[in-house]
Design a protein around this ligand. Structure first.
Ligand SMILES: [Zn+2]
Length: 295
């Protein structure tokens, strides 16, 4: 998906975490326990936090990405792409949120990092993958993950819409967090119709809803952020959704496909719920309102 070169993305709320030395103290045993406890409670795209190798990392300073000002910048670099995506996704949710919940919408923090960092959910490394941390209401993306998407076992083209789909998926977890959906879900179990999978498929659906509306979001002066996606770009995003399906990941790591162990949903489920949101908008994303056979 291509940004309108003239659009103003300067309002995108994304920061890049500096690589300063880790703040001393607070890690070690206590840090490990916090990582373990939080991952047990949340389990939302943070599975890699335990055993990911990193137990500490930079906590800041978080620097505004000042070089990203226009859609032309967003088309040219991944940092600016994320900042532009944030501007558009924010604009979408500021309007769409009442179709999901009755309380007030609040903006998440959005941090890009490199290699490792410390978060409200514990330490994250490049092996963690993108995730949302509910306690600090922050999306964390190590942008090198986008390169991983183009390599085995994912092997997708990993184009710009696929990258923005991931940002929109994590943003979807923020919507679930502030609306109370996440708190009400039973995410202790696994399996194709578990609460964990329903949470993930809803985030995919929310991402699809944003993609459909993305070319209608606009900056403060009314310039559209994005041009409508091409069919190839939507296919690219669907490929990314399929690549991170639990069955595909199990196969890629040489395991038997075991639906009982699923936490995010199959490739087919993830594509289908992305499409549901794409066609029906955020209000169509009630993954908790359908029975298991329809999920
Ligand atoms: Zn997720």
């Amino acid at each position: 998906m291509t940004f309108n070169p003239n659009s103003d993305i300067s309002g995108g709320n994304v920061k890049r975490r500096g690589r300063g030395a880790a703040v001393g103290g607070g890690v070690g045993i206590v840090g490990v326990i916090v990582v373990f406890v939080v991952s047990q409670l949340t389990g939302v795209d943070i599975g890699g936090l335990v055993g990911g190798g990193a137990q500490s990392g930079p906590t800041g300073p978080d620097e505004a990405i000042t070089e990203c000002q226009t859609g032309e910048d967003a088309n040219a670099s991944v940092d600016c792409l994320m900042k532009g995506a944030a501007a558009s996704i924010e604009d979408f949710w500021a309007e769409a949120y009442p179709s999901v919940a009755g309380n007030e919408y609040v903006t998440p923090s959005f941090i890009l990092f490199d290699q490792s960092t410390t978060t409200g959910c514990g330490a994250a490394s490049s092996a963690t993958g993108p995730f949302y941390c509910p306690p600090d209401q922050t999306i964390y993306i190590d942008t090198t993950f986008f390169q991983q998407l183009r390599e085995p076992p994912f092997d997708t083209t990993g184009g710009t819409l696929a990258q923005m789909y991931i940002a929109a998926h994590e943003w979807g977890h923020h919507i679930q967090n502030i609306s109370g959906i996440m708190g009400q879900a039973d995410r202790t179990g696994t399996g194709a119709d578990s609460g964990s999978v329903r949470i993930e498929l809803q985030a995919d659906c929310f991402a699809g809803a944003w993609v459909a509306a993305a070319s209608e979001t606009d900056d403060a002066s009314g310039t559209k952020f994005l041009e409508p996606p091409t069919r190839a770009q939507v296919t690219d995003a669907l490929d990314a959704a399929a690549a991170v399906g639990d069955d595909r990941i199990q196969q890629g790591s040489g395991q038997e496909v075991d639906a009982e162990a699923w936490t995010h949903g199959s490739s087919e489920q993830r594509q289908r719920w992305f499409s549901t949101g794409h066609e029906g908008g955020a209000a169509s994303c009630d993954t908790f309102g359908v029975d298991g056979a329809q999920l």
